[in-house]
Design a protein around this ligand. Structure first.
Ligand code: NAD
Length: 272
């Protein structure tokens, strides 16, 4: 996609963080927007200022874990906007708990959003993109789709799965005009830690407020910076978009020390 002006961008999880920053910046580039989130208030807070700037913005209360709802959403977007060009499967949540103590309902909740939400968004929009002969699917994995950490087993599983799914999709579509990107952010200062189902942190403690403060200290990249990097990657047609110096560093570390990176990572995070 050489230019974004006049294109229809679909963003899930647009009511906060990276999704909201993407909405703002894509609007500034002249995109029409179809914004979705399960949080109707957050979604409206994103959309209201953009509507005042007279962009064509539609909002959709949506649970990405609900397959039928996501397929109906895709049909609605095409009906409202005439087409969809850029589909950003961004909605995501976190759970912090050891695998031994992780409850199946928390694991399934997270996989429903982080993994199945991406699958639903991809499969619902893909036929429209193929039919119009143009489009770009952007799926949000994480640096935690490349390296794993204790208490992040469910999140790691979902983000590794998004990476595998997206890399296979890219190969399947390589002879079509449809582009596919997988995004791997490092720590981005958003609401994700505060919205998490938090039971136990990497330090073994169950203090959610302390863990959220620690996340804010470690997360060096703002949501606006993350959106800038993602949009630059989309315009360049990058298959793999790394966001932040921490993500780039950990990606290299994992390749250098595929079995031993956890020891170094533990030291870097102050666990020894
Ligand atoms: N913040 C980080 O450090 C970081 C790092 C790597 C990857 N990511 C990924 O980036 C994406 C965006 O996260 P963020 O940091 O902006 O978090 P955020 O919490 O600020 O925003 C996530 C948005 O997703 C929405 N959402 C949650 N469940 C939903 C559902 N069932 N259906 C629709 N929307 C739903 C929330 O309401 C929220 O508006 C996520 O996929 C996340 O895993 C974030």
């Amino acid at each position: 996609m050489q230019s974004l002006a006049g294109k229809v961008a679909v963003i899930t999880g647009a009511g906060s963080g990276i999704g909201r920053a993407l909405a703002n910046q894509l609007a500034a580039q002249g995109c029409c927007l179809a914004l979705a989130d399960i949080d109707a208030d957050g979604l409206e807070a994103t959309a209201a200022p953009l509507r005042r700037d007279s962009q064509h913005v539609s909002t959709h209360a949506l649970d990405v874990a609900d397959r039928n709802a996501v397929h109906a959403f895709a049909d609605q977007v095409v009906a409202d906007h005439g087409s969809a060009h850029l589909v950003i499967n961004n909605a995501g949540v976190a759970v912090s708990q050891t695998i031994a103590e992780l409850r199946y309902d928390d694991f399934e909740w997270l996989m429903g959003i982080n993994f199945w939400g991406v699958v639903h968004g991809t499969k619902a929009f893909l036929p429209h993109l193929l039919a119009q002969g143009e489009g770009h699917i952007v799926n949000l994995s994480s640096i935690f789709g490349i390296v794993s950490l204790p208490t992040q087993g469910a999140y790691n599983a979902s983000k590794f799965a998004v990476r595998g799914f997206t890399e296979a999709l890219r190969q399947e579509l390589c002879l079509t005009p449809i582009k596919v990107s997988c995004v791997h952010p490092g720590g981005i200062r958003t609401n994700i830690a505060r919205s998490a189902r938090f039971y136990r942190g990497m330090d073994g403690r169950s203090d959610a407020a302390r863990a959220a403060e620690r996340f804010d200290r470690l997360a060096r990249t703002s949501a606006d910076q993350a959106a800038q990097t993602i949009i630059k990657g989309i315009l360049a047609g990058q298959p793999r978009i790394m966001v932040g110096a921490d993500a780039r560093f950990l990606d290299h570390l994992q390749r250098l020390l595929p079995a031993n990176y956890p020891r170094l990572l533990g030291k870097l995070l102050g666990k020894g």
